[in-house]
Design a binder for this molecule. Structure first.
Ligand code: PA5
Length: 447
């Protein structure tokens, strides 16, 4: 029995059980295509058995390199974007304490190449100047502009600081097995390097070295993470029936709501540590499903903070969305509300209650208010925020996303739309080979 639960009672005012039964056949067919590798994008299904097949030798190497990085560095800079960035950050931020980044006894994990902001990268280089640091550069294609530029900046500074040879001992490359500029550079310069399997796409790569090396550098338990994913994979494979298979049920419910005009899904959580899990989820679903003029738009909110901003819209605005709440059943630590004899703030009715209890009541009350405001609600309940359950959650979302994409009728494993902005950017940057587009775009922009 999986320990993660999908509750959908608060979606039932909008979808009835009979309708769900009708769609059961459809999702079961999608499941068959996925496991039999007969559906769209079947060259990119390496993630399905990934947790089961991870080589213990690989884990050992990752742990060894992570220990070396921690030993030699005040800071580890993770360079990557999209699927080569978000999974690692999501897990690190979910499982590290909120103030760990201020603890000088730890190796601090920072990020670069996830955007092109000049001031950010300047400030990062300034900050790193008098620190000892290592760089983990991640790019499957090895040619993505944002991380390639950040890596060039960091490599130059590292080489000036330590000399070429010593700098090479501080660079760890994670890339494709054989192609791409990063692979060539890694071979030539002798960087320690890891391979991203051919059949695992960027947004499905968190359980490969792409996610595992940075997560291990942050001192987190990668074995527990994999073990949670492995158990979830086995459970979802074994349990064919919709009733017992939360990933199939989530995929089906979100598609049913979509077909009823709910074209936006808002993922909400009451745990700020999950902020980057939401970002990872947004990428996974947005990049997998948004194509051919179709797809649920994935949005994210962080409650209760956003109840004081977006809460108004969710309650009373246009109703073209549904909400999925990720709740953590049990906080790791207790903070109880103290008594106060004066009770000027009127909070004595809560004395002795934990903040977790108050948060849970805020969540349940909000859910009912939103349902009353015509918002279907789903809830994914995770028992506790630890590496094992996060591994379960990651695999659950991956499987549900693949099934959901198949139900939608798209290939969830490609991203043809991402290329469009790149062509324009290259043309405007006057990259050789783009001359015609450069002239046309400049004319449109009157520059
Ligand atoms: O999910 C994806 O495939 C993308 O988000 C990629 O991860 C992203 O574009 C980065 O690509 P690369 O790893 O080739 O630098």
């Amino acid at each position: 029995m999986t320990k993660l639960h999908l509750h959908y009672q608060q979606a039932l005012p909008f979808i009835n059980q009979e309708e769900i039964a009708i769609f059961e056949k459809e999702i079961s067919l999608c499941r068959k295509h996925l496991y039999n590798r007969t559906g769209k994008g079947s060259d990119f299904l390496g993630w399905i058995d990934l947790p089961e097949n991870i080589d213990p030798g690989l884990i050992q190497n990752i742990r060894k390199d992570a220990a070396r990085i921690r030993e030699q560095s005040d800071v580890a800079v993770v360079v990557g974007i999209g699927g080569s960035y978000l999974g690692a950050r999501a897990v690190i931020e979910a499982l590290s304490g909120p103030f760990d980044q201020y603890d000088d006894s730890r190796t601090r994990v920072l990020y670069a190449g996830h955007h092109l902001d000049e001031d950010y990268h300047h400030a990062l280089l300034q900050y790193l100047k008098d620190k000892s640091y290592s760089v983990i550069v991640i790019s499957k294609s090895g040619t993505t502009t944002e991380p390639a530029i950040a890596f060039r900046l960091l490599r130059k500074q590292l080489e000036e600081k330590y000399g070429k040879e010593k700098a090479s001992e501080r660079i760890f490359a994670i890339t494709d097995a054989s192609k791409g500029a990063l692979k060539q550079l890694a071979n030539e310069q002798g960087y320690a390097s890891y391979v991203i399997p051919d059949d695992v796409g960027g947004r499905y790569s968190v359980l490969t070295p792409v996610g595992l090396l940075p997560i291990a550098v942050a001192g987190l338990d990668i074995e527990a993470l994999i073990s949670g994913a492995r158990d979830m994979a086995a459970y979802l494979r074994k349990n064919e029936k919709l009733h017992d298979n939360p990933a199939a049920r989530y995929a089906l419910l979100r598609n049913m709501l979509y077909r009823k005009g709910r074209t936006i899904e808002i993922l909400a959580s009451y745990t700020p540590a999950l902020q980057y899990m939401t970002e990872w989820w947004k990428q996974l679903y947005g990049e997998s499903e948004g194509k051919e003029g179709k797809g649920i738009f994935p949005a994210g909110v962080h409650f209760t903070t956003d109840l004081h901003s977006m809460g108004q819209y969710i309650q009373d605005g246009i109703k073209n969305f549904f909400e999925t709440i990720v709740t953590i059943s049990k906080p790791a630590y207790a903070a109880r509300i103290p008594a106060d004899p004066a009770d000027l703030d009127g909070l004595n009715y809560l004395q002795g209650k934990s903040l977790g209890h108050v948060n849970a009541m805020a969540s349940k009350g909000t859910m009912l208010a939103h349902v009353d405001g015509d918002v279907p609600n789903l809830e994914i309940e995770v028992p506790a925020l630890n590496a094992y359950h996060l591994g379960e959650l990651i695999y659950f979302f991956e499987m549900a996303c693949a099934l959901s994409g198949y139900m939608l009728g798209v290939n969830p494993f490609d991203q043809p739309g991402v290329e469009k902005y790149k062509r324009n950017m290259f043309a405007l940057l006057e990259k050789p080979g783009f001359e015609e587009e450069t002239a046309a775009l400049k004319k449109r922009l009157s520059i």
